[in-house]
Design a protein around this ligand. Sequence first.
Ligand code: ADP
Ligand code: ZN
Length: 615
Amino acid sequence: MHQSSNPTVDPVLAVLRQYFGFESFRGFQREIIDHLLAGQDAIVLMPTGGGKSLCYQVPALVLPGVVVVVSPLIALMQDQVAALWQNGIRAAFVNSTQTPQETASVLWQARQGALDLLYMAPERLLMESSLAFLSQLPVVLFAIDEAHCVSQWGHDFRPEYLGLSVLSERFPGVPRLAVTATATAVTRADIMKHLNLHQARLFIASFDRPNIHYTIVPKNDEKKQLKQFLDAEHPHDAGIVYCLSRKRVEEVALWVEKSGRRALPYHAGLDKETRQRNQATFLREEGVIIVATIAFGMGIDKPDVRFVAHLDLPKSLEAYCQEIGRAGRDGHPANAFLTYGYEDVVKLRRLLASSSVTEPVRRIARQQLDTMLAYCETTQCRRQLLLRHFGEQYPRACGNCDTCRAPIATWDGTIVAQKALSCVYRTGQRFGVEHLVDVLLGKTTERITSLDHEKITTFGIGSELSAQQWRSVFRQLVAADLLTVEPLHGGLRLTQRCRPVLRGEQSVRFRQEVEVCTPAKKEAQSAKNPHSFPDQQSKELWQSLKTFRQEIARQQGIPAYCIFHDATLQEMVDKRPTTEHDLSKINGIGIRKLKAYSNELLRIIKQFDQENSGG
Ligand code: ADP
Ligand code: ZN
């Protein structure tokens, strides 16, 4: 056997090396696995890309019996299972996309003891026939993926998940594991309660994602801003662009296409086939940009999404984190880019006001929106603020967000704030930003003359700032809770907190608006290039390996990352393995992949070295 460790010493580590080709466990993985192997329940909160799936995949290979994985992500099961087979792991799924014959065949395999892992959608698992079937098998573990779906407060609530508590009654001796990347205390409590996991041990990993670089810029021409961002940072990379409405998704997707990139729309208004096709293209082909509403993304486990860009404000920090969570799962540098404007806040508040939710829910949603806005407007380290929001302390400024890399300049805006606030007051606390700015700038628009607003004392007192600067001032006053927005019409009102400002007892500082992605700043603001090569040859080898990967993926009809992750190819470029033994040392190459691909890989690398050694 080519692996160096002695498998009889530590069967758990042996599985990690032989099947997954990884050298050691990360973070809590080993502890979680040992806990499960001892027959105990666990709840695992780990950020995206933290390595949750190994926590149940390894026990499936160590224990004699089958691990049942409950997942709502039907569309992904096929790829997940394909990736496992690449590692020589016997996995299958049962869901509504299959014919009865296919399902019967999977169940037959399970009964023969020919499966290590069985993926099931919750609604299928909860059918009496399924429960009865499973009770005849040696089920060694239930893994409940995306466990936050049990929480009614979250964005992914799935009523079927509430039924999963039945597992504890029907399979009292079988350990259960609930995993999620949603970290709020409410979600945690809901998982415990609704999945009947009161006794489970809680494993909470840090939610910091050090490879994500955060950039947030005020919106002025968001399509152009997006283009600058793409050209400067991601000319060839795959990524996701989120927009608030279906109409905008269509519009932006077209626009991105026109500017020379492959872009596909995704929203709930498209028919199911188109949605599935676009998602599959995004997953399978390289460098595709998907432009989507939040309908897209749950469980997208494509590892090499290099950026997530928001053209509109997400409705909460929780949603924002969930969405940017899809970037950089492979641990390589990735960008989270957001443009936000005051119009977004007005639009979201209006949506909220006209929705049919109860008052308490509406109040929570409003607070969430305010927190999101404050996050955008902050002059402090964004990572610190994000982690603090989720109850985690980050001891220092991170050095990998826009505010850290280019500290935000602020200016004393006390007088300007007083002018803006009194303008709101004098016009009767019912007008939106555009009108207020017109008044401050002394414009004689039709509206102003018809309302006699050229006669009030704040008319024309704001010529020191441009219209755009005034808009920024109003946005920051809302973020600082000195003004609130009337939800239906977007009119601004004063809050209690503006009194000391108006009386001159409290000063106000504004952030200086940063120029967006000018070429000079680009270098400092971006995430580091994930694939850096010392020379041209290495770059060419990387291309050859990628072409080879794409070719096999196409032959087998699965996404390229199911064959090898980018990190694995990168390591081959760096280390240039020349023997099978060298190759087995590369992360992500277990026994199965070594057998299947070593000849070709070594041939490519050898040929390459020969061609390049001559000159
Ligand atoms: P999650 O489900 O938590 O988002 P995954 O289980 O998909 O994360 O793992 C994220 C990435 O990290 C995958 O590419 C996986 O292969 C890799 N990974 C997980 N555990 C290890 C490990 N112990 N050593 C090396 N790579 C790992
Ligand atoms: Zn920072």
